[in-house]
Design a protein around this ligand. Structure first.
Ligand code: BTN
Length: 266
């Protein structure tokens, strides 16, 4: 097994993490695991503190939103989950995902100055319209609020296998735009810094305002698959819980669509 970029190995990343202002409490590194979200959820249930990182070189059962598979081959990208213990109500928690989307978008922009990078609601990162990165947030809660949240981030770096030919959404790969400049350790640290800065602010409204600035979906015509059928209309805003506000085609009605229940086309 040749891992040509060793920057995620603990001995390489850990000294650099400690320098970060958003210091982490633990770092778990796997050559292979089912899903880093699974491992991070185990850490959450075992009572480990925030901010914890779980990284894998390969996931055998990587998961995406809406029960989709996430291809995560060896050397193919950055697969990381962040364990958080946010002081949020369940209703506020989806803003975490939006904050992570903005953080990944900003980190990739500042590291690689990519043209054609965009953020699609809720938190797909697209490169020239093809999917470069995605975020899967899972959480555990009680009536008092969120106990833990796991923010799983996947960023495609190298096209590694033929399975990509069969995915419905066309994928993008960082190395095809920026070549050998991709070092996943720097990417991880930059994301951590961008995310940490936003996560630490008690007030969530700046995150929402920034998200609205970055999100390419707003103002566009969209087709949304929901549990109750398809909705077509124009994306006109984001509400305080991160739901997408859509003005339904042919009416003045505006509906709020929750990211957990909606898949977006267009
Ligand atoms: C999506 O866009 O559908 C979300 C993809 C999230 C993939 C990441 S990779 C690290 C973490 N572990 C997983 O199994 N999924 C997330």
């Amino acid at each position: 097994m040749d891992i040509s970029d060793p920057s995620l190995r603990p001995e390489n990343i850990f000294p650099r993490c400690k320098e970060s202002p958003y210091g982490i409490s633990f770092y778990q590194y796997y050559l292979e695991t089912t899903s880093t979200n699974d491992r991070a959820k185990e850490c959450a249930r075992a009572g480990l503190p925030e901010i914890g990182l779980v990284v894998a070189e390969r996931q055998t059962a990587g998961r995406g939103r809406m029960g989709r598979r996430w291809i995560s081959e060896l050397g193919g990208g950055l697969w990381v989950s962040i364990l958080l213990r946010p002081q949020l109500s369940v209703g506020q928690a989806s803003v975490l995902s939006l904050a992570a989307g903005v953080a990944v978008y900003r980190a990739l922009k500042s590291l690689y100055r990519l043209d054609g990078l965009s953020l699609k609601w809720p938190n797909d990162i697209l490169l020239s319209g093809a999917k470069l990165a995605g975020i899967l947030t899972e959480m555990g809660s009680s009536p008092e609020g969120v106990n833990w949240a796991v923010v799983g981030i996947g960023i495609n770096v190298v096209r590694t296998c033929n399975a990509w030919d069969r995915v419905a959404t066309p994928p993008a790969f960082l190395s095809e735009q920026v070549g050998s400049r991709v070092e996943r350790g720097s990417m991880l640290l930059q994301i951590l810094e961008e995310f940490g800065r936003r996560y630490r602010t008690a007030d969530l409204s700046p995150v929402l305002a920034e998200y609205v600035q970055c999100c390419d979906t707003l103002g566009k015509d969209v087709v949304c698959s929901t549990r109750n059928g398809t909705v077509e209309g124009k994306a006109v805003g984001i509400d305080g819980s991160g739901a997408l506000l859509v003005r339904v085609r042919g009416s003045e009605k505006v509906i709020a669509l929750d990211a957990q229940a909606v898949s977006l086309r267009g």
